[in-house]
Structure formats: C-alpha cells, structure tokens
Design a protein around this ligand. Sequence first.
Ligand code: MEV
Length: 432
Amino acid sequence: MSKSISGFSKLSKNQKIEWIIKTYFENSDVAENIIKQYWNSNERLQQLHDEFIENTITNFYLPFGIAPNFLIDGELFVIPMAIEESSVIAAASKAAKFWLKRGGFKAEVIATVKTGQVHFTFDGDVEKLNSKFESIKGNLISEARSITQNMEARGGGIVAIDLIDKSDSIPNYFQLHASFKTKDAMGANFINSCLEQFAKTFKREVDPSLGSVEIIMSILSNYVPDCLVRAEVSCPIQELKVGESLSPQLFAEKFIRAIEIAEIEPYRAVTHNKGIMNGIDAVVLATGNDFRAIEAGAHAYAARNGRYSSLTHATVEDGIFKFWIEIPLALGTVGGLTRLHPLAKIALQMLGNPTAVELMKITAVAGLAQNFAAISSLITTGIQQGHMKMHLMNILNELEASDSEKKAMVSHFKTNVVTHNSVVEALENIRS
Ligand code: MEV
C-alpha cells in the first residue's frame, strides 16, 4: 500500500486517524484507542489544542509538577515544571530547600537586547551603499512604525540598525543587523515583521544604479548573548554540609573541581549543561515558551569562546563558596502560547504573573538549582542512587505492578539498590 498521501491536511481529524491506522498499524483497534484516549473531553479545550498546530490527531501529555521553597531575591516561589524525567523535580526541590536555609538565590538581568538580520547580496560600490544606508536609516525605522508603535508604547522597540559587510566570508554578502527590545514578549513575531519591513524599504530605496540588492532572508537570531541573566548562590564553606560522606571543605573542593572539568572538557560540559537545561526547559515549557529557541541560544553561548564550556561557574574566596550561572534567556510572559495555553497561564499565575525579566531570573535559578543538585550527587553518592530511586516507579509500571506491589517495592527499595534486574527479581519474589 502506498504510504504517501496528498491533501492530507484537508482531511478531518477522524479521517487522518483512519488513514494513519490503516496505513501503519496492524492492531488497529488498540492504536486507535490509545490515540483517542488522550483527547480531552472538554471539546473547546481540545479544539484549542487542535488549532495550535496542523494535523493534530491527539495530545501528548507531559507531567506538570511544582518545586516549592525557591527563595529568590528574598521572595519565595513555587516553580512550575513540565518534564518527563523522574528525578528532575525532586532534585530541584532538594536544592531549593538547601539554599532556603542559606540566604536563597540572587538573580540579576544583565541585558535584554535581541537581534535580527536581513541577509542580502549587493554587487555594487560598498562606499556608496554605506552612505546610502546612513541616509535611509530613518526611513527603515519610520516605515516600520505601524509594527513598532505598540511596542514603543510599552517601552520596547528598535534599538539599532547597522549595515555589516560580510563579503570577506561570502562574495557580495551583507547584512542589516538590527537589535530590539521586546519588553514582556519573547518578540519573535515582532522582530521578524520589522525585519521583513526593513528588507522591503531597503530594496526599494537602494537605486539599481548603485548595484543590485538581492534579499536572501529576514529572520531573528536565537543567539541572544545580550539577553543575559545571572543567578547565584553563596555561603560560608562551613555551611556546605551536603549528606554525610564529605566534610564541607572537601565538598567545596570537589564541587569546584567538577565545575572546572566542565569548563575545560567539552564531553563533560555537554552533559553538565544538559543537566542545567533539565531545569530550564521544564520551566520554559510550563510557561508556554519556546524551548528549542532557548536550547539553541544557551548552547551557542556555551561555545562563544570557541570551545564548548560550562554555563555555571564556582569559586571559593575568603572562605565563601560562590556558585553562579550566566545564560541567555529570551523569554516572554505575553504573546505566543504564554496566555493561550491554559496551563501556561496557570504556571505564570503561580509565579505571580512575572514580567519577562522576572521570568528570566526564575528560570536561570531553576537551571542553577538543577546543576547544584546534579554536581552534589555526582561528587558524593553518584547519580544513580537518587536517579534510580525516582525511576523505580517507571520500572514498576513497565512491569505492570499493582498498587499493593508498588507499595511493597517502594518499602523494599528504601534499603536496597534499584537496578532494572533487582526490581524484576524483587517483584518476582513477592509474586511467587
Ligand atoms: C541527567 O539528566 C543530568 C545529569 O547527567 C547532569 C550532570 O551530569 O551534571 C545528571
């Protein structure tokens, strides 16, 4: 049977399901039931989700959890997190509680500037293009006014537009490199609309007698090193009592060494930063923000000096342990799905309806907490003990354990090491 289809997007939702079932599934009833089981019985809510994207056939749930006790700049927060990985929220909560007793987290937004570019080719005299650009810069801005006026009223708008000659990298390649402030919006639509208007104005204004302008594309950049937040924790070394196995002094030494390793060793840095993104992505998703944009921007920033490196850093000076993160986070609290997805709206309400700047701080703190928890485990008990304890329920569900079996297993594994095999064995024991 042919697996290609034309006009698919025009089919109804049921027709789409019918097609996928008959084309790709042998046990069609089971597959159809599973797909439909995830439909929301509230038809309006389901329609909202259907209309987020094209070709929706069902919903894909992620757990939405909360991590309490985050003291950030003197204010207590409960942080909403959407994540499937078992140990992430437990780790965040543990780190939050640890730092709650040690002054909490401090956070500061360093800058909020975002970038977009019109990429084009030009085959004429560069000097003339430069002077033309200077003379039409005002027009570029004024012709975008219908797009920028609301943003300007909110305190954002176009910050600068520059003409950049990139012809030493690609013949005839130039850019209009623009920077923007987008207040509480992530700003992708705003920036892209401005850029497309700049491209139109620019193309029209540069007379062909100067040379021919060919617009290649106009698009924001998800590399946002000037939309940067820093979050930090600190305490006297003697207060660094984490678990029983290490003295505070040795804990601090091993912790700093672990960070140094991530700073110089890309293999470790990627995993280290992945752990940070466990916390960051979970908040980004819960608040209806674009985690792909945040991921791309964060990893590019981690490689900004030419070698992929750690997003967190730590020092001990004068007996004070200090641990911090610096990360670009282009987040929004208006626009996109932030107010449209009912759970994202709830997540933002839980956080006290933060501004984008406040959400940047909270999100950076979630990443820092996650990294603190991961490094603390790695340099003491190892990661598997806590991770597998949290993963126990997944293994039990995979083995279709009943509620009473789960209870017995949780109690058994309070004092035994969780591995896939040990769970299978222990479950077989109580079943026989
Ligand atoms: C697992 O999701 C994340 C960690 O690997 C992070 C790290 O190694 O720092 C535990």
